[in-house]
Structure formats: structure tokens, C-alpha cells
Design a protein around this ligand. Structure first.
Ligand code: 0RA
Length: 646
């Protein structure tokens, strides 16, 4: 069947163009993996893992093992059929070599219907190969153990050969990322486990085992029911109204899985959609089909059962308040279409009608069969509708009532910015009155506003919306931002382009950041999605030479060492315990002035991380928190972290 040991000695034209392809990846890595930072680095892992997932999706191999080795390499083992090792006719080279050397080769070797992100990104294992110091592949197939090794960005160093006998089947791929390409080559436990847990939720009954040989940690993810358990995990700390409802069906060659659950306290809608195991964060046709069906099914049910008064209709947003839903669609590669530049939005037209029809029918049936649930759900939606109407009214009244607004602005709490160019304005939320005073003096009066916070904000995870609104600190904050709150929040009305949380660099400061982020996540989520929330990073040290009066700031110990050298002895180090220890010009220079400060942009995209945030970040352990911030809060493009301001 497969000719494995045929000797290949000379490079033909094909293999030269192959190398040129990989060379292209090395020249412009960001075009293939998005970036060369930690996010890009982990793309190398997903490309390899996705192949193993595809194989499991086709029904081969139900265990995928990921090992982080001490030498900085990572391996992915699966129990699939094994990567094909036979000679490919057109090229006269082993298929495995082509798979690891040709861009977009995934599909050609595939007799499978569903392809996960290989189909989405269209790049696959060859990109990982191009950006690795080495890739070592062992294949268990046809009774033999096969081995091939690539080095220096994809060159075949050890051609394919049989190295032993086996009764197993599967593939083992080990690679070490090229440090000349990436700004970091350290694989992160948190990033990898979060991603693979998500994969496990989407791939029910496939086991993911992760072993970190650097720290001896292990994790295992296996879900018998997949999406149902995914939603249970997302809603773990919430006030759930019913058990998770699930639907699954194959329509026109598309596999559709939907799971949903309503919660009481959280009025946000939490809808997550996936295509072939990859999150479509901007939704698309499948998600639209879901929304339309949901709105129609519930309105139709309410109408038929005379639960609505005089031609009243529930709006989609009324029906989605408090909803957590996951839509997972698997479609053949040939049907995949995307809208826009990124792969975040599905365009496949068939997916709309398929999801819409399937979900409308299934949900209508479910509602008819579960009368008590259906009636209470319609009631909940009607409550949301009334609240929406009331909020709209209140907003219109507030608009007309300028005096009230002025009163708020003139209140003793907020020091406003002079400019009316709202997108250019910044609101600093500052820990404590004393630091607030310093910030007031150090600010750029035109564009920077200061809102000092007294004490710790309430934890909005454990209070009701009413309690939150009665709290003066939050009320002031809501008025200062000026865009409403909760379901009636309107991003377009926000009076600031950046909202910057500025706290001491200690445990209390970290706690306050978390409490504020929790508030924004619950009640002004669009601000987070729009990338308008930032955390200011004050320096930890100031190094001063008392003779020359030269000084430098340092944000970490490494910078401190550099600063000592730069400043020269005799130096004196002051460790800033809080913002209050800086004077206005120091605070301005280090933490507030856009040309010298360091800001981190809060950017939370993946649902699991967000829910984990509550448990990890609300805890007392600051090292876990710091680690989380490092791994999950992305640095904005213009940040200056790593520089010592002199
Ligand atoms: C193409 C065709 C076949 C399997 C695979 C690719 C395959 C690729 C990878 C990558 C990692 N693990 C993998 N396992 C399988 C099917 C070949 C056949 O018909 O047996």
C-alpha cells in the first residue's frame, strides 16, 4: 500500500518551492499566526493540536496528550490513524513531509468531512514547522514506527525512516519554537489548559491530558456531555433558573449543537458561537439563525398561549437577558465562508437557515412539552421588557434635566476634564482621596478627569442591581461616565475614550482593580469589549543619585538593577508603597502622562477565563492574580512597559 522506505535524495522543483513557502512564513510570521508574542507562540500549539482533534472528530483516537518539556519543547500525542507516510505521486515524497512543509496542505490529504481550525486558518502544521527550531515526528502506523525530523524552520534533517515495530496507531509531534522569531518562547500553563478545556467542552468524550514536566503539574479534561457541562461551568456561581437545555441535530451535512440556560441576576447575554471548534467571536450566520429562532419561538409560544397583552411583542434583547448559550456548528471545509478580514464571523448562508429551522422547531417543541418552564420564561422576558421601557423613559427625562446632570458634575467628587472632545478624554479612577488630590494636581486639565474612590467598591458579584445603584461610589461613577448602566448602557454616550483604574501596587490596590473590573464586566460590558478600560501601572522604585540628582524609575527588579547601573553610586532607592508617596509631578511623569506612562488594556475575550476570574481574582493570593493579569491582560500598542523613564 504505502511505500515508506523509498529513498529520496535530490530536491526537485516542488521541494524548492516548498522551502520558499516556509521561508515566507519566517519572513512574515504575523501574517500566519497573528503576532510573534505569547499569543502567536501558542498558535503553534493550536495548529498541532487541531490536527489531533480533527482525527478524533473523524472517530479515531479519544485521548490527546500534551506535554510541556523541560527543554522548552512541547509535544502532542494522539491515538488516531497516524499521519500518512506513503509516497505521494505528484511529488514523489512522503505525504508526511508534504504535510509539514506545504502551506494550506491540510485539505488535500483529507478524506474527512469536518476539519477544525486547519480549515479555518488554512495553514496547519507547516507553519509550526517553519517557526520552530526543530519538529520531531513519530508515527505509529501499519505495524511500524516511522520517524522524521525537521530543523531550522522546516528543513528535513532526518528523512522519513522506519525505526521499529508497533501494534499501536497514532502520532507524536514534538516541536521547539524558534527563539529568534518570538518575543517569548515560554509556553504558559494557564493559556494551554484554558484552551484545551474549551476544546474538551466542544469535543465531548475526547480526553485531553496535559503534563507540565517543568513543574510536575498535570490536568485532565474529559466531558461526557460537552456543551451541557460547558454551560454548567460558566454559570457555576450564578442563580440558575433551570437545568441546561441541549439540542443536537445534523441538517444538510452540518452538525448543530446548542445548549442554553437562563440565570436570574445576570441580565447580560452570554452567547458564544463556534464553527469547527473555533470560536466565532463576531458571530455570523449561525448565531443570527439562533437569535432569530429564539425570538420567534418564544414570541410565538407567548402569543399562542395568550401570555401577551394587546399585540405586545417581546424584543430580542428582552428574550436574551440572563441567557447563556453556546452554538457549536461543524461544517465541511468546502462550506466554510467568513465575512471580513478576521475569521471571527461566519458567512456561510446555509448555516443561517439550518440553525434557524432546527432551533425554532426544537425549542418550540421543548416549550410545548415544558409548560411550567415556558410560562415562567415568558414572564421573565415580560419583566425585562417593562424594565427596558422604564429605563428608556428615565434616560429621556435625565437628558431633559440638565440641572441634575450639572449637579452631579459639580459634585465634590469628580474633577472633570475641560475638553468636550469626549473620545480624547480620560477618566482616572483613583484609590483614595489623598492620591486623588495628587492626581488632580498632576493631571492634564484639558483631557484628564479624576474620580477618587473612598474605600473599597462593593463586589457586584454578590449584590443585586438595586443595591449597586444605591451605592454612592457606583452612582457617581455611572454619572461620570454618562452612558447609563446595565441593559440601558449605551457606549456611544460615554464621555471618555479611556477609563483608567489607578491604584496602589499592593494587595488592596489589586483587590480594588478586580472589584472595579467586576463592576464593568457586569454592568458596562461594552466598555471592556471596546477596549476602553485600562489599568495604570505606577512604578515600584525610584533610584536617585544624591550628588548628580539623576534619577530613574523601575517597574520591576530587572529594571531596578539596570537603573542602579545607569544612575551610578551613591544611589538611594525609594520603594513606592503607594501612589500617595509620589508628588504630583512624579505621578504625572510615571503614571499619567501618555508619552511616558505604562497602561495595560483590559481585554477579555474568552468566556472560561472570564468566569475563572471570579474565583481566581477575588481570592487573596496576589501571585495568582499577578500571573493572571500577565497572561490575560494584553498590553496596548502604545504602552511603555519595559522602559525606564529618566
Ligand atoms: C490525513 C489523512 C489521514 C490522517 C491524517 C491526515 C492525520 C493527521 C494527523 C496529524 C496529527 N495526528 C494526525 N492523525 C492523522 C487518514 C489516513 C488514513 O486513511 O488512514
Amino acid at each position: 500500500m504505502e511505500e515508506v522506505n523509498k529513498k529520496i535524495t535530490s530536491y526537485n522543483e516542488d521541494s524548492i518551492s516548498v522551502l520558499e513557502g516556509l521561508e515566507g512564513v519566517r519572513k512574515r510570521p504575523a501574517m500566519y499566526i497573528g503576532s510573534t508574542n505569547s499569543t502567536g507562540l501558542h498558535h503553534l500549539v493550536w495548529e498541532i493540536v487541531d490536527n489531533a482533534i480533527d482525527e478524533a472528530l473523524s472517530g479515531f483516537g479519544d485521548l490527546i496528550t500534551i506535554t510541556l518539556h523541560k527543554d522548552g519543547s512541547l509535544s502532542v500525542a494522539d491515538k488516531g490513524r497516524g499521519i500518512p507516510v506513503g509516497i505521494q505521486k505528484q511529488t514523489n515524497r512522503p505525504a508526511i513531509e508534504i504535510i509539514f512543509s506545504t502551506l494550506h496542505s491540510g485539505g488535500k490529504f483529507n478524506d474527512k468531512n469536518y476539519v477544525s481550525s486547519a480549515g479555518l486558518h488554512g495553514v496547519g502544521a507547516s507553519v509550526t514547522n517553519a517557526l520552530s527550531e526543530y519538529v520531531d515526528v513519530t508515527v505509529y502506523r501499519n505495524g511500524s514506527i516511522h520517524h522524521i525530523r525537521f530543523e531550522q524552520g522546516g528543513k528535513v534533517i532526518k528523512p522519513l525512516e522506519v525505526v521499529g515495530k508497533t501494534t499501536k496507531t497514532g502520532s507524536l509531534i514534538r516541536f521547539k519554537p524558534d527563539p529568534t522569531i518570538f518575543s517569548t518562547v515560554e509556553f504558559k500553563w494557564e493559556t494551554i489548559t484554558t484552551h484545551l478545556q474549551e476544546s474538551a467542552f466542544l469535543m465531548k468524550r475526547v480526553r485531553f491530558l496535559i503534563v507540565d514536566e517543568r513543574t510536575n503539574q498535570t490536568a485532565e479534561y474529559y466531558y461526557e456531555e460537552g456543551l451541557k457541562e460547558y454551560i454548567e461551568s460558566l454559570n457555576e456561581n450564578k442563580d440558575r433558573l433551570h437545568d441546561v437545555i441541549t439540542f443536537e441535530e445534523v441538517v444538510q451535512g452540518m452538525n448543530i449543537e446548542i445548549a442554553l440556560q437562563y440565570c436570574q441576576q445576570d441580565y447580560n447575554e452570554n452567547i458564544y458561537s463556534y464553527v469547527n471548534n473555533v470560536r466565532t467571536k463576531d458571530g455570523g450566520t449561525h448565531e443570527n439563525g439562533f437569535r432569530t429562532a429564539l425570538t420567534r419561538a418564544i414570541n410565538d409560544y407567548a402569543e399562542k398561549n395568550e401570555l401577551l397583552r394587546n399585540k405586545q411583542k417581546l424584543e430580542g434583547s428582552d428574550i436574551r437577558e440572563g441567557l447563556t448559550a453556546i452554538i457549536s456548528l461543524r461544517i465541511p471545509e468546502g462550506k466554510l465562508e467568513f465575512e471580513g478580514q478576521t475569521k471571527g464571523k461566519l458567512g456561510t448562508p446555509d448555516a443561517l437557515s439550518a440553525v434557524q429551522n432546527m432551533f425554532y422547531t426544537a425549542l418550540s417543541y421543548y416549550l410545548a412539552e415544558h409548560k411550567e418552564f415556558a410560562v415562567s420564561l415568558v414572564k421573565k422576558c415580560l419583566d425585562a421588557a417593562s424594565a427596558r421601557v422604564a429605563a428608556r423613559k428615565a434616560k429621556e427625562e435625565a437628558r431633559g434635566n440638565k440641572k441634575l446632570r450639572q449637579e452631579m458634575i459639580l459634585s465634590d467628587k469628580l474633577t472633570p476634564a475641560q475638553s468636550k472632545d469626549y473620545p480624547a478624554n480620560e477618566l482616572f479612577i483613583v484609590e483614595g482621596d489623598s492620591a486623588g488630590g495628587t492626581a488632580k494636581n498632576g493631571r492634564d486639565r484639558v483631557h484628564q478627569a479624576i474620580l477618587p474612590l473612598r474605600g473599597k467598591p462593593l463586589n457586584t458579584d454578590s449584590i443585586t442591581m438595586d443595591q449597586m445603584l444605591k451605592n454612592t461610589e457606583f452612582a457617581t461613577l455611572i454619572h461620570a461616565i454618562g452612558a447609563g448602566v446595565g441593559p440601558s448602557f449605551d457606549l456611544a454616550d460615554a464621555k471618555y475614550g479611556k477609563i483608567i483604574i489607578m491604584t496602589d501596587a499592593d494587595t488592596d490596590g489589586a483587590h480594588i482593580q478586580t472589584l472595579l473590573l467586576t463592576f464593568f464586566y457586569h454592568h458596562m460590558r461594552p466598555l471592556i469589549h471596546a477596549g476602553k478600560i485600562f489599568i495604570a501601572i505606577p512604578p515600584l522604585y525610584r533610584v536617585l543619585n544624591e550628588k548628580t540628582m539623576k534619577f530613574a524609575y523601575a517597574w520591576n527588579d530587572e529594571q531596578l538593577e539596570n537603573a542602579k547601573k545607569k544612575i551610578g553610586s551613591p544611589y538611594r532607592i525609594s520603594r513606592y508603597k503607594g501612589l500617595g508617596e509620589m508628588n504630583a509631578s512624579q505621578l504625572k511623569e510615571t503614571t499619567m502622562d501618555p508619552s511616558t506612562r505604562t497602561l495595560i488594556q483590559v481585554n477579555i475575550e474568552d468566556p472560561l477565563t472570564v468566569e475563572r476570574r471570579v474565583t481566581v481574582l477575588m481570592g487573596k493570593d496576589t501571585t495568582i492574580r499577578r500571573k493572571w493579569v500577565e497572561e490575560n491582560v494584553k498590553f496596548s500598542a502604545d504602552d511603555t512597559l519595559g522602559k525606564v523613564a529618566v
